[in-house]
Design a protein around this ligand. Structure first.
Ligand code: IMP
Ligand code: MG
Length: 188
């Protein structure tokens, strides 16, 4: 079978922070960790829409197929089109499944201030009545604050795109994570 050539790096990308291979390797490790921790239980994976969808799709396939995994998404208002946070989040799309009594793992693309995951933890625990809530994040800009129970990578507090992460809804489809050239922001 012919090998597919790797796609060239997008012209708007200044620097690649995480390659596709690094991401995929770490996702396999996280999947193995979740498989061990939730062995014998039903795990409910809830991705934060839309940024976590690529991570979610890879993560569920990295979990032992003998484990029973329920899959859902939740929508949260956050950054809009800009680069800065806009205060208290709200749920914009409810999960379809009943979360009451479930062992939930929230799957998030990136933690910055921590407002989004703190809000979601509270909602799933106190309002939806989940039995347990843990957070699995691909990236954390302040990992010393330990807001993720499962973390892919620590990263510097700079704005990143790719592998689900967007800038003004662009760049989500990149299979790597990178930093944009400053001219992209100047012309936005
Ligand atoms: P927090 O509530 O400040 O932790 O922000 C988390 C949310 O902001 C995530 O769900 C992301 O959607 C978004 N976000 C934070 N940093 C970045 C980034 O560098 N690139 C793209 N989105 C980001
Ligand atoms: Mg988000």
């Amino acid at each position: 079978m012919a090998m597919l050539a790797a796609a060239p790096i997008h012209l708007d990308i200044e620097r690649v922070l995480l390659t596709e291979a690094q991401i995929q390797q770490r996702v396999r490790e996280l999947g193995a960790q979740l498989s061990a921790d939730y062995a014998g239980r039903t795990l409910t994976l809830v991705g934060v829409f839309a940024g976590a969808t690529l991570f979610l799709a890879d993560l569920i396939r990295a979990i032992d197929p003998t484990l029973k995994v329920h899959l859902d998404v939740v929508g949260v208002s956050s950054y809009g089109a800009g680069k800065t946070s806009n205060g208290r989040p709200t749920i914009t799309q409810m999960p379809e499944l009943l979360m009451f009594g479930r062992d939930v793992v929230l799957v998030e693309d990136i933690i910055d201030t921590g407002t989004t995951v703190a809000f979601l933890r509270e909602q799933f625990q106190m309002v939806f009545g989940a039995r347990s809530v843990r957070v699995c994040a691909l990236l954390d800009k302040q990992p010393q604050l330990c807001r993720a129970d499962y973390l892919g990578f620590a990263c510097d507090p700079e704005f990143v795109v790719g592998y689900g992460l967007d800038y003004a809804e662009g760049y989500r489809g990149l299979s790597y994570v990178g930093v944009l050239k400053s001219r992209v922001y100047q012309t936005a």
